[in-house]
Every structure is written in structure tokens, then in C-alpha cells.
Ligand binder design. Sequence first.
Ligand SMILES: NC(=O)C1=CN([C@@H]2O[C@H](COP(=O)(O)OP(=O)(O)OC[C@H]3O[C@@H](n4cnc5c(N)ncnc54)[C@H](OP(=O)(O)O)[C@@H]3O)[C@@H](O)[C@H]2O)C=CC1
Ligand SMILES: CC(=O)[C@@H](O)[C@H](O)COP(=O)(O)O
Ligand SMILES: [Mn+2]
Length: 389
Amino acid sequence: MAVRRVTVLGATGSIGRSTAALLEAASPGEFEVEALVAGRDAAGLAAQARKLGAKLAVVADEAALPALREALAGSGIEAAAGEAAVVEAASRPVDWTMAAIVGAAGLASTLAALARGGTLALANKESLVCAGPIVLDAAKASGALLLPVDSEHNAIFQALVGAAPESIEQIILTASGGPFRNATLAEMRAATPEQAVKHPVWSMGAKISVDSASMFNKGLELIEAARLFPVEPRQLGVLVHPQSAVHGLVQYKDGSLLAQLGTPDMRTPIAHALAWPHRMQVDVPRLDLAALSRLEFSAPDPVRFPALRLCREALEAGHGAPCVLNAANEVGVSLFLARRLGFLDIATVVEETLAALGGERVPDLAAVLALDTAARARAHEIAALRAAA
Ligand SMILES: NC(=O)C1=CN([C@@H]2O[C@H](COP(=O)(O)OP(=O)(O)OC[C@H]3O[C@@H](n4cnc5c(N)ncnc54)[C@H](OP(=O)(O)O)[C@@H]3O)[C@@H](O)[C@H]2O)C=CC1
Ligand SMILES: CC(=O)[C@@H](O)[C@H](O)COP(=O)(O)O
Ligand SMILES: [Mn+2]
């Protein structure tokens, strides 16, 4: 088989490291790494670039360039920094790109990779949420193949293969319920960042871990699913499933329910996207159904987890509402992690920012970026008022 060239955006993060582990475990000559991109972790990026024999390593933060250069000295690996360098790295010709930068910060490189063509394995759900039609149009224009890596969407993609849209009755996303699945509202009000990032099942970056705790992750995933799959919002459902063994389900109109199961390890969906349409050997622990013995499912609690309602409202409102919701949530999460906002206030900041700016139109990328900036500013103002109250 011909060598496949790959680029990893967000290489030093949780998804990036899982992707690197698969590339490292592959047979010699199977993959060639073109570029690795990170935010500011120069040491982690350089170590990974050396291990994988990358041609280029890029940090978004220009202040991290001297450290990156020093860490790569003598390796022959090119080093670069800044937002333009990130986009240039994403535009370089490769067969496969992993988009795993966290947040709307990943949008420009996701679009650059799609414009170039090839396969884009998408973990960066925020880019689909804040600019869904623009991302999908970019894939269509270049003929790029967009494969979902988010575990639920990857599962649904697998359960949908070969399905006619009219045969689908419902798509169900499973949710672990996060660290506060059984917490009281009072406990959630007093929640600390340490408690919120302690996910009961998955090992992930801080932002998505907080999103899982608030269930904004599942709400963002509802919007992501509406962008990716040929169904109406009313055909999308969420079930809390604490074991996280079933990742997603498709209910067909003949009564069949198809699901994808596996141990909660992101190497499986990443490998699915890396090998598609084939399968590759992955040495993750196998799901032992007899040991698990029981699979539980329940409806999410709308009172403790208003995020699902807010995300559904933004999805129904369309236009700029998902962009505003995403930006406000990113602000809320970062303030919460910095101990400047209460956990439950994240949803309040999102709701109030949506009420202020959710009706804006976003005809093009410039409008999306302007609305993202405006929503962040408004979310900061709202959060400051809450902190002062
Ligand atoms: N982790 C998981 O299991 C899953 C994650 N996802 C999605 O995948 C994405 C990544 O998540 P995760 O890996 O957990 O996040 P992490 O926080 O672990 O990693 C984020 C990565 O993005 C880089 N980064 C941050 N800001 C920038 C920037 N401005 N420009 C370039 N790179 C940047 C970070 O670099 P640095 O290290 O230098 O800060 C790091 O490499 C998110 O969108 C998340 O929702 C989806 C499903 C599962
Ligand atoms: C692994 C993955 O895809 C995450 O998005 C995961 O779903 C988070 O867990 P929650 O179900 O708790 O949001
Ligand atoms: Mn997910």
C-alpha cells in the first residue's frame, strides 16, 4: 500500500496524543507525518515531532517559537509559529488530517484543510457548531471527505452506512451523565474545576470535560449531529448511559435499532477514520459484555442540565445562534476554570448571551468571526455582572 501523508492539528492534546499513538504503532512506511500543530506546548510538540519524524511543527502562540526552535535543534524539522503558520500547515498537501484543536480556534485550520481536499477527521466539534454550513460547503467545494471522530458521531456514522435518509426514524446520542450525574443542584452550584474535570469514564482535555459535566458537550453534539446527518432536529435524541459502552444508535423505520459499542477509548473512532473504508488493528481493551452484565439508559434531567434545552433552542433558531452559544460557552468554561464564575453560571451566561445576540444573521465567514467576537465580549460583560452581584 502507498504511504499516506498525514497532519495532526491539536497534536499535543488528548485526541492529538491518541492519534500520534496510532501513527506510532503503525507499520513502518504506512504513514508519513507532514505537520504537527499545537497551541503553545513547545516541548510536547517537539518531542512528538521527533518521535513521528514530522517535517513541520507549528505553535499558534508566537511567544513559544524560541522554545520550539531550541527543542527541535539539530533535528532538521522545520519550526513555525502564529495563526497564519497554523493555516499554512493545514493547507499543505496530505491525504489525511486530524482536526483536534479545541474550540472555535480550530475553525480556520479546519476550513484550510477542507479547502485543500483529502480526508478530514473531525474531532473539533466547535467548528461545525459555530460555522456548520460554511464547513460543509468547504468540503463540498473541494470534494474533501469529512469523517466524524467524536465517539457518538463516529458510532452513528458506522450505524448509518448504506442507509437511505428516509429509512431513519431517530438518531440517539448517548451521554455518560458526567461527574455530576447524581449531584444535587446545591452540589453543582458549589462545584470546583477539579470536580468538574474529573470525568467518570473518559480521559479528555479540560474544556470538553467541563462541557461533559454541564452537558453542553451533549448539546453541542446535538448541533454537530444535525449538521452531519440527514435528519431533522426532532429526530435527534439523547439518553444518559453511564457505562459509555454504547456510543450511538440509529432507530430505523422497520423497528431495527443499530448501535456501535466499544470500550471508551478514542483510539477506536480515530482508527476508524484513519483506516476508512478499511479497518486497522488497534490494541485497545475489548468490551467484555459479560463482565459489564448490564447496560443502563435514562432520560437526561432538564432542570440540572439546562444546556440541552439551550442547544436545542440555538439549533432551532439557526443562523448565528449556535455561533453565539458556542462562544458564550467557551467564555463561561474558561472563567469557571479560572475560578471567576460558578459552575451553574456557565449556562446562565450562555442563555443571556443568546438572548442578546442569538438572532444575528451570518451570511459568510467574516460574519461568523465578527459574531463570535461580539458574543465573547457580551458573555464577558454578563459574567462580570454575575460575579459582582
Ligand atoms: N478528548 C476527547 O476524548 C474528545 C475530544 N473531542 C474534541 O476534540 C477537540 C480537542 O479536544 P481535546 O484533545 O480533549 O483537547 P485538549 O485540550 O486536550 O487539546 C487541545 C489541543 O489544541 C491545541 N490548541 C489549543 N488552542 C490552540 C490554538 N489557538 N491554535 C492551535 N492549537 C491550539 C492544544 O495545544 P497546547 O497543548 O499547546 O495547548 C492541544 O494540542 C475538542 O474540540 C473536543 O471537543 C471530541 C470527542 C472526544
Ligand atoms: C469521547 C467523546 O466523544 C466525548 O464527547 C464524550 O462523549 C464525553 O462524555 P459525555 O457523554 O459525558 O459528554
Ligand atoms: Mn462525544
